[in-house]
Design a protein around this ligand. Sequence first.
Ligand code: XLS
Ligand code: NI
Ligand code: NI
Length: 438
Amino acid sequence: MTTFGSINKIEFEGRHSRNPLAFKYYNPQEVVAGKTMEEHLRFAISYWHTFTGEGSDPFGGKTAIRAWDHYTGLDLAKARVEASFEFYEKLDVPFFCFHDRDIAPEGNTLQETNKNLDVIVSMIKDYMKTSKTKLLWNTANMFSNARFTHGAGTTCNADVYAYVGAQLKKSLEVGKELGAQNYVFWGGREGYETLLNTDMELELDNLAKLYHMAIQYAKEIGFDAQFLIEPKPKEPTKHQYDFDAATTIAFLQKYGLKDYFKLNLEANHATLAGHTFEHECRVARINGMLGSLDANQGDLLLGWDTDEFPQDLYSTTLTMYEVLQNGGLDRGGVNFDAKVRRGSFEPEDLFYAHVAGMDAYAKGLKVAAKLIEDRALEDFIANRYRSFREGIGAEVVAGKATLQSLEQYALNNPTIKNESGRLELLRATINQYILGDL
Ligand code: XLS
Ligand code: NI
Ligand code: NI
């Protein structure tokens, strides 16, 4: 008996299908802009939301009904591994992602915890031998346990910092063992609640030192994953240090780390920072830092990280537009850092949710590719900036202009004429593309 016995492999049936357990847009082998959809999107399943998550919220515990509910401890961890590979296969996804503590329970000591991890890692490794699903990234959970209450790499307590070093070392070894293509650092509790008790400069210096140690150790053990930092502005701390893409890039630059990292951007984190997802992708892209995506969406009426499955086609289109303009995600992918709602507690909901998210991204990819092919935005933008291709504008671009030359030009050019930005027209055009009318 399998875990998701009643559910068959999800097939592509096309846009007119009414089968809820079929893809309407995601057709893995279909070629779009020179690559298959599978190669473009590199979908990944988040272990924590899909197999470890239980539907709890701050007001109540578990609601999820899962086939592995009757197990505890390592048996529970093993049952989840078994279920996870069945799930990957049924959705035909090429990747998965996990935190160390998602896959195996903590023991009473660090030694015991590492032993538990070893058992599960070797089980996962065995499953990977016969599965096409690979590890997109792994990471260390350095935020759930009470020891991290004042932070991990930014703690005020050197004993905690040492523990963090040990946990990170082990986590890099696990990444190497399982052939992770990336390694993610999300600063769970790297931030502060109040400056009244915080030495911000020391905390940031220490965090940078931890990253340097990680680079050094990865090199030593021959773990060549792409390192990624995942920005988030708040939650759990009031002020997270890796606030958004721009802040994170400035941090990496200051500490000589920029060449070793890219960014793992998450849609809901972007909106918490007051940005659109495409804004964060653009900031990363123009700085050569667009590494990977955590796909989800927030709720505009709620001010926290709701991690809903992405369904907003406008957002998936403009996000995939950035990805295509970036020449793809290279070793990164599109990881569903998303959870089914507390009320969607049946196992089928996990499938409905992923089908919806994968279709939303597949449709976004197709629309973005068509927009680019037709130069629907490019021609408009090129024309909008045409004054920088001739005369005084060209001098600015070439770095030849001075304040004197600009003044001379302005004095001789008494009438300035602007043109409309045509926002409403452009939005209407995007709607036509999304509806498939163009
Ligand atoms: C939490 C983050 C987390 C990271 C991995 O908000 O999104 O899930 O993706 O630690
Ligand atoms: Ni995330
Ligand atoms: Ni998140």
